[in-house]
Design a protein around this ligand. Structure first.
Ligand SMILES: *[C@@H]1O[C@H](CO)[C@@H](O)[C@H](O)[C@H]1NC(C)=O
Ligand SMILES: *[C@@H]1O[C@H](CO)[C@@H](O)[C@H](O)[C@H]1NC(C)=O
Ligand SMILES: *[C@@H]1O[C@H](CO)[C@@H](O)[C@H](O)[C@H]1NC(C)=O
Ligand SMILES: CC(=O)N[C@H]1CO[C@H](CO)[C@@H](O)[C@@H]1O
Length: 639
């Protein structure tokens, strides 16, 4: 009894530690275990077009590398708004934590992706900002500044034209405590600031920090009675966002002063403060511990800004629910005014203690990342809730989440895996899985097979793309399989490599009851033609050519004629074997002679196939492949 209970307890723990039902898995990309989503739609029709951009991580500080094999889970990921995976970006930076992963539209006419790559576990690398193009190639890496301990994880904000970027900085300094009435004492503090850097050279063009601008008493984190600290000291302001308007002034968020500041791009002075102890505005609302402060619009006198009012942090809560606020600031009046023009509360009435993001979308909707467990929501412009989503896993979070349109065109070809099953030559089935990591608008997949390595690829099926990975079931034993990704206009976007079909290593042991030598590949053109014929027998029983293949076993009723089908396969194999011989000798003439001696049934069928169903299947050009069909036609003495 006791040991049974102990066993139960033990197995329960083991399951809890190892469970992976919250992760996706793919035949084509077994190394990727991307997170699953739980999505709830309230009004799907009104969602903005676009994809989700998230960067899941387990914990912010990087893990020590291990020699054990690890699958890809952590890093930049794109999903569509049903939670279907579009791009698993973890391999790009080998499972490194990345932050602030988002689509970027202000560089040139193409969309880009930007994110912050986290620091190395042993601090050997400080992390960097990365810009990736729509082929998923790294275009730029902006390095951390030498005097900060890492490339800060909060912000990598690319300015119009893509020449410069804004980033937050943290730096350790010794400060005199005169502001706390203790002029004879000193403490270490971590000052918060930001830089505008040249993306090409990582050179600093503008630098600001709180050291001589924001006094200690503005902080809600440290107080006049606190003991002085050694390095790295008091994190007294905690900068977590920076943006810039057309006038060249910077908008920053200091989380531990509960204040948003406008910093002059001319001289670095504080132009105004919103919130905190020293707000310059008459305001009809409060906020605290805010995140992701951004300009929505800004002219000389009026600004609209958005931010996440988490109203909460690790130590406690100031409000019962976190919210996103859109605030209109009028700086042309005295006193200046700040008014809430939109407030969107967290849909589950929860509190976002850490992190988060909020962005208006082009159609007026608002997309919000509440961070923990990837919890995100989309709202209509009036705040109405349209959708919520979160990771199925409670083991991951994302610092921010974004939505936006994006066209991904990976340079790497689609990945394809094929395998074959069956017990007899007549019941062989080939299962094909295909995916194309990062491709955004594949509409269909076209599948091809070849009769032998240099054979002509024959179209064996066209199906709609259904998920990240699409499965296709092909009749017969297809080998040398490939797939084309097709866009909405029917254009070929890319073609996979030609893959050999995986088969059981011991057919007999696996249940094979056919010939001792095991199954042989089918010629795809014959299978396709035979299927096309049997599919259409019902409609065209009067077809003159059909008589030629009429034998005593065939049924006139038009159901799937297994005899014809088996014949077709026989012919396929005969032709295939003949061709194998030809290839060995290398003489077309011999092939013609050999082919001429093949059974009349085969040729009758062949002629029927060509006559009655020309155009039912197609070929794609092959570099090396001989045009098999044409050779056979020429070889037919009756045609
Ligand atoms: C700025 O925007 C406000 C509100 O839209 C408008 O009333 C004001 O005239 C604008 N000022 C300038 C200088 O364009
Ligand atoms: C494939 O997609 C097209 C376009 O969306 C649709 O009309 C068609 O019914 C789909 N075919 C299947 C088999 O689902
Ligand atoms: C096939 O042959 C049978 C028996 O000889 C005959 O009754 C039938 O009409 C033929 N069917 C066709 C399609 O010619
Ligand atoms: C509405 C509300 O409770 N706002 C609070 C936000 O946080 C600040 C600072 O912590 C509080 O002073 C406000 O009361």
């Amino acid at each position: 009894m006791l040991w049974a209970a102990a066993l139960l307890l033990f197995s329960g723990n083991a399951v809890a530690e190892r469970h992976d039902s919250d992760l996706l898995s793919f035949v084509t990309l077994p190394e990727v275990r991307a997170l699953k989503w739980e999505v709830e739609y309230h009004d799907r029709e009104r969602l903005a077009p676009g994809y989700w951009f998230v960067a899941p991580y387990g914990k912010i500080s990087p893990d020590q590398p291990t020699l054990k094999y690890q699958q890809y889970q952590v890093g930049p990921y794109i999903y569509d708004d049903s939670g279907v995976l579009i791009w698993a970006g973890a391999p790009l930076y080998d499972n490194h934590n990345v932050f602030d992963f988002k689509p970027v539209y202000n560089i040139d006419n193409d969309p880009y992706l930007s994110f912050i790559v986290g620091w190395e576990f042993d601090d050997s690398k400080k992390g960097h900002g990365a810009i990736v193009n729509h082929h998923y190639e790294v275009e730029k890496e902006v390095q951390a500044l030498s005097d900060v301990h890492d490339f800060n994880m909060h912000e990598f904000n690319i300015m119009d034209g893509g020449k410069t970027a804004l980033a937050c900085t943290y730096r350790v300094q010794l400060i005199n405590l005169a502001d706390f009435g203790r002029p004879t004492e000193e403490s270490y503090v971590t000052v918060g600031g930001f830089v505008e850097v040249d993306i090409e050279t990582s050179k600093v063009l503008f630098q600001w920090d709180s050291f001589d601008k924001v006094a200690l008493h503005e902080s809600n984190m440290f107080h006049a009675s606190d003991h002085p600290a050694g390095s790295p000291g008091w994190d007294y302001v905690h900068i977590n966002a920076v943006d810039k308007n057309k006038a060249g002034d910077y908008l920053i968020s200091l989380r531990f002063t509960d204040t948003i500041y406008l910093i002059s791009g001319q001289d670095g002075n504080i132009v105004w403060r919103l919130g905190g102890h020293e707000s310059d505005f008459e305001q009809d609302f409060t906020f605290s511990k805010q995140h992701d402060v951004k300009f929505v619009s800004s002219n000389g006198t009026h600004h609209v800004i958005s931010f996440l009012n988490n109203a909460s942090d690790e130590r406690g809560s100031d409000e019962r629910v976190s919210s996103v606020l859109f605030i209109e600031l009028d700086t042309s009046v005295v006193p200046m005014t700040a008014k809430v023009i939109k407030r969107i509360n967290r849909p589950d009435s929860g509190l976002t203690r850490l992190r988060g993001s909020a962005r208006p979308l082009p159609n007026g909707n608002v997309f919000i990342g509440w961070s923990e467990r990837g919890y995100s929501s989309e709202h209509a412009s009036n705040g109405e809730l349209l959708m919520t989503a979160r990771f199925a896993s409670d083991r991951y979070s994302t610092y921010r989440s974004y939505k936006g349109e994006f066209t991904g065109r990976p340079t790497a070809p689609p990945d394809l895996v094929a395998s074959v099953y069956g017990t007899h030559d007549e019941d062989m089935t080939t299962i094909i899985h295909v995916s194309w990591n990062g491709a955004t608008d594949v509409v269909q997949w076209k599948f091809y097979a070849q009769a032998y390595d240099r054979g002509q690829p024959v179209l064996i099926g066209t199906i709609n793309k259904t998920d990240f990975e699409t499965m296709f079931i092909a009749d017969g034993y297809m080998d040398f399989v490939s797939a084309e990704a097709i866009d909405a206009e029917g254009n070929v976007m890319h073609t996979s490599e030609i893959m050999r079909t995986q088969s059981p290593s011991d057919w007999k042991a696996a249940g094979w009851v056919g010939s001792d030598s095991g199954p042989t590949y089918d010629d795809p053109s014959i299978i396709v033609a035979a299927n096309a014929h049997t599919d259409s027998t019902a409609e065209s029983t009067s077809d003159e050519a059909a008589e030629l293949i009429n034998d005593s076993t065939s049924t006139v009723s038009g159901d799937h004629s297994s005899a014809q089908y088996a014949d077709a396969k026989e012919v396929a194999k005969a032709v295939y074997k003949a061709y194998e011989v030809i290839r060995g000798v290398g003489a077309l003439l011999i092939f013609i002679l050999l082919a001429g001696t093949l059974g009349g049934t085969g040729f009758a069928l062949w002629r029927h196939v060509r006559a009655g169903h020309f155009g039912r299947y197609q070929h794609v050009p092959s570099e090396e492949g001989l045009p098999v069909e044409e050779i056979r036609l020429t070889s037919n003495p009756q045609s």
